[in-house]
Design a protein around this ligand. Structure first.
Ligand SMILES: [Fe+2]
Length: 389
């Protein structure tokens, strides 16, 4: 096997498992920090987990400053507001507790505090020049993998577009992935979160930028999700199943950082920005169509997906095995009642009005180029239409 040169990055420390938030205290006292900016949003603000984090930071470090993001959706105005607060209050580190999008907001705030300028200046790969303040990321949902990734997606509401920033400097110093924080997630949110992580894994595994480390992690993530997500969807309090999904979220995030995403995310981003639909849900709606379109380009990978998801395919030829992989993915989405774009409430006239723009945005996206099967405008339009019905 020819292994092409590759690199592999992840946070300096990952704490994982039920109750691991408590273990953060020992680590904090070693870091020599002076004043944290605590970033959170929405529901999280009233939880015992945030109260316990604030209490821990005040006990070990002293004074803190708190920024509550006004929306779950990260946008560049929020990033500016948070960065101004960080500088005004003379903070030296960031602790974020919240959804993947809130963690992206924290990364954007970190970029502006040490690099200045405008977020658009940093769009793309490797444009961030100066390291961010130490960042500790504590996800409350998990599937985005932002707690371990080098990416931040920030919405530009005026342009109805996303500013996608990617740099190894965005990888948090510490990720704390505690499944106890996810016990109250609803079944639809559980599906959206788990399938986002599933997309990270299958896109990474089949990407043109795939590499040996991430392939192993991607298969582990696929197995964890396949084995656990239905259980977590049926019983949100099933801590074993929740732990499996959280771990898959970390693995998926490490995969995206080191071998990239591909067509699902390229198509999903315009959809979620324009129609204000959670990222995990738009990914899930595109997943079966993507698998159908892509499996012929790398049947060996889809056969592996089938095997990892419990299908007996060892005796089958590659193509038959790949079709089982496709079947496994379709059943996964059906079992979790993934809605079509129409069922999500997108009006058909609005959908058709934005179809060309979404297709243009997909074609412009670098991640679309990573798909193992090259895709053209007509095929993207068809894939969007398939996800609508
Ligand atoms: Fe994602």
């Amino acid at each position: 096997m020819l292994v092409l040169p590759f690199e592999f990055r992840m946070p300096r420390l990952i704490l994982s498992g039920p109750g691991c938030l408590e273990k953060l205290e020992t680590e904090i006292s070693r870091l020599g920090l002076r004043k944290p900016l605590i970033i959170t949003s929405g529901e999280m603000e009233r939880t015992i987990y945030l109260a316990s984090l604030v209490e821990m930071l005040e006990r070990t470090i002293g004074e803190t400053s708190k920024y509550t993001a006004p929306s779950e959706e990260s946008d560049h105005l929020m990033a500016r507001e948070g960065a101004n607060q960080f500088l005004k209050d003379r903070c030296d580190c960031i602790f974020v507790m919240g959804s993947g999008s809130t963690i992206d907001t924290a990364k954007a705030i970190g970029i502006l505090t040490t690099n200045g300028g405008y977020l658009k200046d940093f769009q793309g790969e490797g444009k961030v020049l100066h390291p961010l303040p130490p960042l500790v990321a504590i996800p409350s949902t998990g599937g985005s993998g932002s707690e371990v990734s080098k990416c931040a997606m920030v919405t530009d509401p005026e342009e109805k577009a996303r500013i996608a920033i990617s740099s190894p400097l965005l990888i948090p110093e510490i990720a704390v992935s505690d499944p106890l924080l996810t016990l109250s997630l609803s079944p639809p949110d559980t599906a959206a979160m788990g399938l986002d992580a599933f997309c990270h894994a299958v896109e990474s595994l089949t990407s043109r930028k795939e590499q040996p480390f991430t392939n192993t992690l991607a298969l582990s993530a696929i197995k964890l999700i396949s084995d656990n997500i239905r259980k977590a969807w049926c019983d949100g309090e099933d801590i074993k199943a929740r732990s499996g999904i959280m771990l898959a979220g970390i693995l998926g995030g490490v995969c995206t950082t080191n071998s990239s995403l591909s067509l699902i995310h390229a198509m999903s981003n315009p959809l979620s920005v324009i129609f204000k639909i959670p990222h995990g849900l738009t990914n899930a709606s595109l997943l079966p169509g993507w698998a159908d379109f892509t499996h012929l380009a790398c049947p060996e990978k889809f056969k592996l997906i089938a095997e990892t998801m419990g299908y007996k395919v060892q005796e089958m030829n590659e193509l038959d095995g790949a079709r089982k992989g496709l079947e496994a993915i379709k059943y996964l989405c059906e079992d979790l009642e993934v809605p079509s774009l129409e069922q999500m409430g997108i009006d058909i006239d609005d959908f058709e009005r934005f179809l060309e723009k979404m297709t243009d945005d997909t074609l412009k996206s670098e991640t679309a180029q990573n798909n193992p099967r090259a895709v053209n405008r007509k095929q993207i339009l068809e894939l969007y239409k398939k996800a609508y019905l």
